[in-house]
Design a protein around this ligand. Sequence first.
Ligand SMILES: C[S@@+](CC[C@H](N)C(=O)[O-])C[C@H]1O[C@@H](n2cnc3c(N)ncnc32)[C@H](O)[C@@H]1O
Length: 320
Amino acid sequence: MIPSDTYISYLAAKKSVDDRALNRYVWQKLKAGLRPSTPREPLRVIEFGAGIGTMFERVVEWGLAPHMHYTLVEQNPDYLDGFRSRSVPEQFGRSHTPHERISDKAAAVETHGSPAVETLCADLYDVIAEPGQQGQWDLIIAHAVMDLVEAAEVLAGFARLVKPGGLLYLSLIYDGCTEFLPSEDPDFEQALLCRYHLSMDRRATRHGHTGTSRAARAMFSRLAALNLPILAAGGSDWLVYPRAGRYPADEAFFLDTIIDTIDRQLQQDPAVDPDRLAAWASRKHNRVKAGELIFMARNMDFLARGPALQQQAVTPHQPI
Ligand SMILES: C[S@@+](CC[C@H](N)C(=O)[O-])C[C@H]1O[C@@H](n2cnc3c(N)ncnc32)[C@H](O)[C@@H]1O
């Protein structure tokens, strides 16, 4: 487990990497596909696995819609504290205590011309099962989350939550390809990354297996199985590289955290030689320090339309 304060710094450092990576075609389709919003009828947006709220900030900074009521769902209360201590003006913030049911909340905060925002500390599986939430949301966002959850169950839940004809924006889903350049020992590195992908494929939570190392490509069949039409899909690869020996923003920390995450995970794998692993991690950290490491990882973004009214109660087909 990464300590919360380190992970909060990692999520903050990830923001500039994600800003470059997000697929602008999919984003434009999202913006164009939203229903018009007014102060009296703001868009109702819910984001799952919101972390410290950098997607909410982006939605505001990139002007997704003028009038929104935005709910951030996150299971880790420290990350929501991290969100509150970032940029959200006090008058927009309103939180729920852990385990409070989302349907218990009072009337939404309304703010003209600005997004009203509230946070909910909860397990997303509980929220998608809430009967009071069904068909309530114009837009559901899950950013860098769909590869961490049991995708079929979560997508079926999203399909119930979204208003008829509303949108699902499922961004930054990993798709099984990571590269570090330069590579001093490419064969060993490839073998390491295969073991890392295997650990993702085997990862299970109390809700079942998570999205696997190729969660992105599986979205095509999963969305089709639920009759959720894909309006746009495209690559959102991470690419981190130095400029004149320096990384922008806090991206050196982002790289160090990625290296540590792989290292920590593979220390538990008896098939990986611990000395070679330690040497690999040390070389990569040194490359970051020297401003020489280039990092690439393949991700995809999806925009899907929720079910039409008459379809909202359908049971999913078995995904392939
Ligand atoms: C990779 S992080 C992405 C965070 C944020 N979306 C971002 O990109 O900065 C995944 C987030 O999903 C949250 N998460 C994972 N499973 C969850 C669940 N079952 N319920 C609520 N949040 C969850 C984690 O705590 C974490 O904050």
